[in-house]
Design a protein around this ligand. Structure first.
Ligand SMILES: Nc1ncnc2c1ncn2[C@@H]1O[C@H](COP(=O)(O)OP(=O)(O)OP(=O)(O)O)[C@@H](O)[C@H]1O
Length: 698
């Protein structure tokens, strides 16, 4: 009989009764083993009882091993019988001689029999195992659907009792986040979802949902179906940080603004829609504006223009890191701000809105051919023809203001909203409250269907019924946490929502990550935008940003002086520092650098003719000197030009020029770039190996 001996280092060979054999190898092994024992036993006069004893031991061993792995009784019996039959034949063959036709024939028959029996038990075991797995799965499914059935029964009964509506539950889907579930309902008798929605509060209370959790009804797949979303865990309580994937986005495929309670991301589709974001002080509105700007910065086909009459604070974090040179790019090129234009004053805002209108109206005429070719009345937005997204912080308040200046702005904002949808210019307005005066405006009600209400628990001026008409059961106290509230879009009905929390270091990271991704204004729009746009980063236009230049970013020399100056005392005093003139020097440097790097490197329209030369008496800025430099380049430039010419076709890296003339790399790069634009040099762009060449060698 067969038995497999396996080597064991410590205790010598042991018999592995559980070792496997296929039906053929098993039968072969059994018959050849029996034959070998019988011939040897007969030749050596072995007592035949030994073979029987070995067979009995084999049968017992295999039975024990089989029991351990829970083989079926029929498998155990087959294996034991094989051992005993084999042992019986061996005993008989030792007694009567194994080399007779009768012995050999019967052994062959036994072999075939053992093989057939083994095959049949193997099949039986396999089938048994499969059935066991299937039974286990059926059990799990039964338990799951029992839970779902219980949920369904509970809500059928609850809706009947509270709303007096009979519903059929067609499906129950548990959210992967474990924060709740959705029921697909079919109300009987032609009842629509809004009848259930109006009982949302009572249903939530009856279901004893935790604070901040809701049972919200919304339209189902057709008018006769309703989806009831039931939140069982309040995820709005937790901070939810802006995801650190800063990959490219498009206004056409939606810009993510935050998450629902079931962790679904909510996208704002702003190709045609305007948006209204309402949030009282402290609700997280500023944070939300930054989250919105982050999405726009990531978009490859959007240019963001920001109006913030509150000292430009909404846009500054997107400009200052680039302005201050706080961010370095790997290829040493200057970093572009995360927004394309920032207006903090009434005048600048007027210029911006006039520019938007001029662009929109010009696009209407100039792109007629393109619209006809593409067979559309919507301008095909792309990185080549970018959408302009105008973010106006507290814009809704501008619209409702009675102030004369504000009324001028309001008229232009409304004109942009009314006229420029097709031409790819949309607005995002924020407001402190969802009051009648904000939502009373038809233009906002009609055009701004992407709506967010950050409540922060504030009930004053927070009319959710007006903000999300047709959505019942939304209550401010469901979202009492900062950054939480409700968001509704034409694609996603108003429901609880949490804006991502975004921190200043993420804003800096996004500015750096997206610097090369921003589109430039198309030439058609650029020609309509004119000087007003081309000069938006000019020193005098951004002079106000000096005041936003954080004191801790003063150069080390100034910081040292700050500690010594008698008027400053122990702390830092920006105004006092400014009086020293040193600050002005720093501001000059700042303006120069920014003007060069942004205006010259990224000017999206040709450098405008300066008929309106800026006045030199802008405090703190030495613009005539600056202009001189812009026109001829700094005093060290001729040395650099000679050195670059001497290098021939090899050219020189900006770092090598910086070493040569003893200036910092940023200053050198800006001057060389200006020289490129004057035709004195050629720039060979090759990533980190980029060089400047003399035109003779280019
Ligand atoms: N999405 C969010 N998740 C978590 N916490 C947030 C979120 N948004 C804001 N906060 C918290 O709320 C605080 C206030 O936020 P934020 O400054 O954005 O509010 P605000 O409505 O603009 O208020 P104010 O008008 O006074 O500036 C933040 O400092 C932060 O701690």
């Amino acid at each position: 009989m067969s038995s497999t001996a396996t080597a064991n280092n410590s205790s010598g060979p042991v018999l592995d009764w559980a070792a496997g054999h296929g039906p053929v190898t098993g039968a072969l092994s059994a018959t050849t083993g029996a034959f070998a024992v019988a011939t040897t036993g007969a030749a050596t006069g072995m007592p035949p009882g030994w073979a029987l004893a070995v067979g009995a031991a084999g049968a017992i061993g295999h039975t024990v091993a089989g029991l351990r792995v829970r083989n079926a009784g029929r498998t155990l019996a087959t294996r034991a019988a094989s051992w005993l039959i084999g042992a019986g034949w061996t005993t008989w063959a030792i007694t009567h001689g194994p080399l007779t036709w009768a012995a050999l024939g019967s052994l062959a028959t036994i072999g075939v029999g053992i093989g057939a029996a083994a095959r049949s038990t193997a099949l039986y075991e396999e089938a048994r195992e499969e059935e066991a797995i299937a039974a286990q799965q059926r059990q799990i499914a039964r338990e799951l659907s029992a839970e779902r059935r219980a949920i369904a029964a509970e809500w059928v009964e609850r809706i009947q009792r509270i709303c007096n509506i009979t519903v059929r539950v067609l499906a129950v889907e548990k959210w992967q986040t474990g924060a709740g579930y959705s029921l697909d309902l079919e109300p009987q008798g032609g009842i629509t979802y809004d009848r259930i929605a109006q009982y949302s509060v009572a249903l939530s209370a009856d279901a004893k949902l935790p604070h901040g959790c809701t049972a919200t009804a919304s339209p189902g797949i057709h008018q006769g179906r309703t989806i009831l979303d039931v939140t069982t865990v309040n995820v709005l309580k937790e901070d939810c940080f802006y995801p650190d994937d800063y990959g490219p986005l498009s206004v056409l495929t939606g810009i993510p603004w935050g998450v629902r309670t079931n962790a679904d991301i909510v996208n704002a589709y702003l190709r045609e829609q305007c948006a209204l974001v309402v949030g009282p002080t402290g609700s997280g509105k500023t944070n939300m504006v930054h989250t919105i700007l982050a999405g726009f910065a990531r978009a490859q086909d959007a240019l963001t223009w920001v109006i913030d009459l509150n000292a430009g604070s909404a846009g500054l974090p997107w400009v200052l890191p680039a302005l201050n040179g706080e961010i370095e790019r790997e290829d040493d090129q200057p970093v572009r701000p995360g927004i394309d234009w920032l207006a903090a004053s009434h005048e600048e805002a007027m210029v911006m809105l006039d520019t938007a209108l001029a662009i929109g109206l010009h696009r209407k005429k100039a792109y007629q051919g393109l619209l006809a070719k593409k067979n559309t009345d919507l301008l095909p937005i792309s990185p080549d023809i970018p959408q302009i997204l105008l973010v106006i912080d507290e814009g809704a308040e501008i619209l409702t203001s009675t102030d004369r200046q504000m009324k001028q702005l309001a008229a232009k904002i409304l004109e942009v909203i009314r006229m420029l949808r097709a031409m790819g210019i949309r607005t995002i307005l924020t407001a402190l409250g969802a009051t009648g005066s904000v939502l009373g405006n038809l233009m906002i009600r009609r055009e701004a269907k992407v709506r967010v209400a950050l409540t922060g628990g504030e009930t004053e001026g927070m009319d959710l019924g007006k903000m999300f008409p047709g959505r019942r059961g939304l209550r401010v106290d469901q979202a009492p946490y900062k950054g939480s509230g409700f968001m509704g879009t034409p694609e996603s009905p108003a429901a609880l929502f949490k804006a991502w929390r975004i921190l200043p270091n993420q804003i800096r990271d996004i500015v750096a990550a997206t610097s090369t991704r921003h589109p430039t204004l198309d030439a058609v729009s650029g020609s309509a935008a004119g000087d007003a746009y081309a000069q938006r980063w000019d020193a005098e236009r951004i002079a106000w940003m000096r005041d936003a230049h954080p004191v801790e970013q003063l150069p080390p020399s100034l910081a040292k002086d700050a500690g010594r100056h008698p008027s400053i005392g122990g702390g830092l005093n920006l105004r006092a520092l400014r009086d020293q003139g040193a600050y002005e020097e720093e501001a000059d440097q700042l303006a120069k650098r920014f003007m060069r790097e942004i205006d010259e490197r990224f000017g999206t329209t040709p450098e405008p003719a300066r008929d309106n030369e800026p006045s030199d008496d802008v405090p703190g800025l030495n613009l005539s000197a600056l202009r001189g430099e812009r026109e001829q380049g700094p005093a060290w430039l001729p040395t650099a030009l000679d050195a670059i010419k001497a290098m021939g076709a090899e050219g020189m890296k900006p770092s090598a020029v910086a070493d040569l003339v003893g200036k910092d790399r940023k200053t050198v790069r800006a001057a060389l770039q200006a020289a490129v634009e004057r035709g004195q040099l050629v720039y060979r762009d090759n990533g980190p190996h980029s060089v400047y060449l003399h035109p003779d060698h280019a």
